[in-house]
Design a protein around this ligand. Sequence first.
Ligand code: ADP
Ligand code: ZN
Length: 737
Amino acid sequence: MFVRVLPDQAAGRLLDYRVPECFGDAVAVGSRVKVPVRTRMLTATVVEMLESSDVRGMRDIAELLDEKPMIRPALLELARWMADYYCCPVETAVCSVLPVAVRDGRVSEKRRNTVRVAREVTEEELAALEKRAPRQADALRAVIEAGGPVPVSGAAEQAGVAEGVFRMLEKRGFVVIESAVFARDPYAENFVSSADLVLNSEQEAALQAVEAAMADPSAKPILLFGVTGSGKTEIYLRAIRKAVDDGRTSLVLVPEIALTPQTVERFKSRFADMQEKIAVLHSHLSDGERHDEWHKIHSGAARIVIGARSSIFAPLENLGIIIVDEEHENSYKQDEAPRYHARDMAVLRGHREKAAVLLGSATPSLESWHNALSGKYRLVRLDNRVDDKRMPVVRVVDLRQAARRSPEGGILSLPLKEAIEGRIAKGEQTILFLNRRGFSTSMLCEACGHVCTCPDCSVSLTFHRAAERLCCHICGHSSRAPKVCPKCKDPGIRHSGVGTQKVEEAVKRIFPKARIARMDADSMTRKDAYRETLGAFKEGKIDILVGTQMIAKGLHFPNVTLVGIVNADLGLHMPDFRAGERTFQLLTQVAGRAGRGEMEGEVLVQTFTPFSPSIQFARHHDYEGFMDQEMEFRRQFGYPPFGRMVMVTLRGAMLERAQFSAETLARKLKASAPAGVAVGDAVPAPLAKAKTYHRFQVSLRGPSSVQLSRFVRTTLDSLPMPADVFVAVDVDPLHLL
Ligand code: ADP
Ligand code: ZN
């Protein structure tokens, strides 16, 4: 017997080996093996079984890493498809369907060092230890509190000490460390079980559609378009219940930042009777936890998987349904190779494995909306909030009228300031939201709201300060940066940006007595900080919560009656044709946070461009109106989904070399572009320098993504790059920075 294998590091090379007798028939497609390559041993995946091979001097497989093949053929196929479509090396795609913790076999199966107390420890002993060795005392306390054997790694994290500290405790005879089988459940807690709710008629109809799709192997994906608070989660839960009853498995994808204990609890409490059959995968898991959860799925023990983006590759068999919640979320797109979109992979995987696919959102992406309108997806709607609560009132504060800006740093306008004052007086809560994603490089006139955009592409031009030029990174258009506003001649044209920290400081200055907390990626580095801050907010211990995207999603605070959006323009004028769509979605989602309880909610949006459609349609809660005009804009300029796009980004430490390589690539692409494919000039990326690298971009547009992807791959293969210039190819890019 022979096999063809794909080494993890081999630039797409396939190699043939003989399977020695001793392995019997344990080797199969998807098996992980070690093979000799010249003088080295490489880890590889078996991709094909061969009856014969005409390779001469063939060597033997050295080692079989697992008894059961690690990668199921269906997932191997998915990986190969992904490599072709997303223009990445096939071994990179294959590796991405196995978590690192599993791939390297570093964590042995479920046998971990655990620690428990060796004997009763008195208060005096603890106090004495505290004096001599405070860290050991912390560690010991963590073990005592745990009450039974716990993994050393977990106890170390809990106590905030290195794992070695436990060895010292062992020497002193306080604890015992032993290797034991230990199923780590990061969410192990007692769950109160929750019962099914009585569905309203809209939900009833939606569930029927979903169940029909689950019964029909050739059903179209369903787009569940339901306003915030319309009870989409209840539909998900019922669909999963149906899959369980049918003996099938379920996969639920949620955006990473929405994968909070709150979310997980909603699922776990509904399936309280089968806790051990639910696996949760998210990025905060330790290697050991990830390893365990993965094997729980691989062995068939887990029937329900909840996870973020990469869970789309969870090795479930007999899939009944794949649910993608908040399908419009950008975090479903992976930002390193393979640059796949988990929602699109869900549709593909569902199709191949004959599982129903359910995409849910209050603000579906334009692509999905287009697919629903064209009949590729089936549209199912929930038009009303479950409790018939009214949507919050959205007021727009026009920052161009300088008089409305308050003196304190111009961060809070007078109307917003007064609104907050009113809430504090009544003991109600406020969320201040800053769309800080990245940075601001566009030019915006503070007097009239004019924004400099590319005449050909209609995206905001990027301001490159050093050269004093404005560039379009889609077509390469470039012009001198104006000194005064081209429209109203005001010299106040500038690019602006404030961070959450500045907002927090300003708010503290204006409301010295208020209790204020900030929540963003910087302030939430500790594992529990997120949970603690939200807990305090929920208990009413915080009056004003300042935050980023983190607070925009899926949270439920009955006492929040005011949401302030500090600067809607920050996201709106990104040099990206999706900037308007994103801003609309964000405003709608954030607005959905207000007025979830008994009291009615209000949203204040501060902006220099109050007339922009994103803001106006969001204000009227008019999703379809927004999509109509946005669709027209995309059609007019040939943007996705009407045309496809590939963005090639080159980066290098040396500016000239990176630029030269980008220009050479652009020239080469242009020279051999197939009919219908447009190649842009090489231009500095909007994010022209990141992590000390200079970045340049070349964009391609054409009718088909696969065609563009293959064309770029062939061109790159024939174009040697300097060793210090790195190329990233993004097919169907979401972030054009
Ligand atoms: P969405 O995900 O669409 O924003 P949720 O699923 O979070 O909405 O539902 C909002 C709230 O309504 C939740 O507290 C949920 O428990 C409740 N809910 C959902 N369906 C029903 C129902 N049929 N009867 C009563 N309450 C419901
Ligand atoms: Zn342009």
